[in-house]
Write a protein that binds this ligand. Structure first.
Ligand code: NDP
Ligand code: MG
Ligand code: MG
Length: 334
């Protein structure tokens, strides 16, 4: 059972009087900065010159500085720029200000775990990873509740890294829900595995394979879209609210019988063997090396596949059908 911490056992003392620099003001950055500020922390935001996020942070009443000035001014530096940019941002604007006693903090362990950022030995290095997107972290905080978070310690120079991490977690509201202890290795590897095998890679290929099978068999694309993509939300909502048992309680007995009889033929022993292989490539660093190299080359493979995916008939079909459903909040991706 994972070690859990709750608000009543956390003291914010470990970060008392400390200034927190939030570097980046996107999904997580905005939520962390605003929640911490309202929890009584002294917060500054670090952004690059010309960043569209500057206006937003200033409109929210926050003090914005260059990354370098923010890192100099702060005791706690939270890096919330996209993972693939963190090494450059750290090397160019943060590293020289990571003096003894400061904290270097992350919301995802990738750059520390895979050795892209190597902080000096005399700073605390920890992670606070909310289990939800930034807008939820912010909204739930405003409602007086919190989104649970993971904490992990990579380096405990002060002997107080865990206290500091928990104080930060309390500041963003996470301790109202519960804070789970993990390691950088576990957080990074399970996050990558989840998004690759199940959430993003697994789910989209499953939907596409179902859609293609129906369309190739002569069924209408629109019907295939409804059955294989649109209705997935209904199922995911039931899973989210009450697990497998809730979903199986709500669907028809015919659907439940089909689930038991057919699911294992789709996700079979081969799929499970491939999942193990995918996990081993995450663990041995092959995936991280490939992704870092892909970014260094300007993302040739990423861009090619991204363009090809947009040509799949499910894209056009979905666009047309969603425009008929006025209740769906339309997110137009450019
Ligand atoms: P976003 O892409 O939403 O935001 C990135 C922010 O960084 C933007 O404000 C962007 O500014 C700014 N930025 C980009 N480049 C620089 C730079 N060179 N210097 C300073 N600021 C820069 O990121 P996320 O919030 O999604 O991710 C941040 C971290 O949080 C990542 O480590 C991620 O893994 C982690 N995380 C994310 C979750 C999520 O749900 N999104 C959940 C849990 C963890 P501009 O847009 O103006 O260019
Ligand atoms: Mg991830
Ligand atoms: Mg049906």
């Amino acid at each position: 059972m994972a070690k859990m911490y709750y608000e009543n056992e956390i003291s914010k003392e470990a970060l008392a009087g400390q200034t927190v620099a939030i570097v980046g003001y996107g999904s997580q950055g905005r939520a962390h900065a605003m929640n911490l500020k309202e929890s009584g922390f002294d917060v500054v935001v670090g952004l690059y010159e010309g960043s569209p996020s500057v206006k937003r942070a200033e409109a929210d009443g926050l003090k914005v500085m260059s990354v370098s000035d923010a890192a100099r001014a702060a005791n706690v530096v939270m890096i919330l720029v996209p993972d693939e940019r963190q090494k450059k941002v750290y090397d160019e604007g943060i590293a020289e200000h990571m003096t003894a006693g400061k904290s270097l903090v992350f919301a995802h362990g990738f750059n520390i775990h895979f050795g892209q950022i190597v902080p000096p030995a005399d700073v605390d290095v920890y992670l606070i990873a909310p289990k939800g997107p930034g807008h939820l972290v912010r909204r739930v905080y405003e409602e007086g509740r919190g989104v649970p978070a993971l904490v992990a310690i990579h380096q405990d120079a002060s002997g107080k890294a865990l206290d500091k991490a928990l104080a930060y977690a309390a500041g963003i509201g996470a301790a109202r829900a519960g804070v789970l202890e993990t390691t950088f290795k576990e957080e990074t590897e399970t996050d990558l595995f989840g998004e690759q095998a199940v959430l993003c890679g697994g789910a989209t290929e499953l939907v596409k394979a179902g859609f293609d099978t129906l369309v190739e068999a002569g069924y209408q694309k629109e019907i295939a879209y409804f059955e294989c993509l649109h209705e997935l939300k209904l199922i995911v909502d039931l899973l989210y609210e009450g697990g497998f048992e809730n979903m199986r309680f709500s669907v028809s007995d015919t659907a439940e019988y089909g689930d038991y009889m057919i699911g294992k033929r789709i996700i079979n022993e081969n799929t499970r063997a491939e999942m193990k292989k995918v996990l081993s490539e995450i663990q041995n660093g092959d995936f991280a090396r490939a992704w870092i190299e892909e970014n260094e080359k300007g993302r040739p493979i990423f861009n090619k596949i991204k363009a090809a995916e947009l040509e799949h008939p499910i894209v056009e079909t979905g666009k047309n059908l969603r425009s008929m459903m006025s209740w769906i909040k339309q997110s137009e991706v450019k």
